[in-house]
Design a protein around this ligand. Structure first.
Ligand code: IMP
Length: 186
């Protein structure tokens, strides 16, 4: 990975240009955290962070939320799963009962929306009091199912993005702002 100033990144034959700066991310996360703090003040919510991509976003967002809350992590490697209880528990990776709790799922990006749709179905079986989704990015042009949330950081065009937790084959997660694929030389 070659970082050229703060505007351009090269990975192999791909060139990326900055789409959202670190300052803009910080500012928006502050707003989202204030909204969440206000909304969930006395509800002791359970945040469920979807790994891997959301790890940096979640670390910044949750430290900015002045809330008494649980924080759990799940890894959703695929949205195709089985409905057998044992396997669902393993996929969920949630260590505490969710029945009656206010659940907030933290995602990096909603693209087709398949991952969140699948996860929402798993969560509903646990009978939480409520389920809400927080995502740093959303690509509305790509959604296959309706996705609505008051907690969307930025709506972006249909482009591949990296940085701030988002990767290209495991690389570039550590960039501190978001970059969009500009071109790919043959
Ligand atoms: P969905 O199920 O299509 O909404 O995809 C969700 C997952 O795909 C996200 O949590 C990301 O891990 C990954 N993803 C989608 N778009 C991008 C992108 O532009 N860059 C990096 N990862 C992405």
């Amino acid at each position: 990975m070659i970082i050229e100033g703060d505007q351009m990144v090269r990975i192999g034959r791909r060139t990326f240009e900055q789409l959202i700066s670190r300052d803009a991310i910080d500012h928006r996360i502050g707003e989202m955290a204030d909204d969440l703090t206000e909304q969930y003040r006395d509800l002791e919510p359970v945040f469920i962070v979807v790994l891997n991509g959301a790890f940096i976003f979640a670390a910044d967002l949750l430290r900015a939320c002045a809330l008494d809350c649980d924080i759990q992590f799940v890894k959703l490697s695929s949205y195709q799963g089985t409905s057998s209880t044992g396997v669902i528990q393993q996929i969920l990776g949630v260590q505490i009962p969710l029945r009656g709790r206010h659940v907030i799922v933290v995602e990096d990006i909603v693209d087709t929306g398949r991952t969140l749709k699948y996860f929402a179905e798993l969560l509903r079986k646990e009978h939480p009091a409520s389920i809400e989704f927080v995502t740093l990015l959303s690509k509305p042009d790509c959604h296959e199912t309706r996705f609505e949330s008051p907690y969307i950081g930025f709506e972006i065009p249909n482009a591949f993005v990296i940085g701030y937790g988002l990767d290209l084959d495991g690389r570039a997660r550590n960039l501190d702002s978001i970059y969009q694929l500009r071109d790919e030389s043959p």
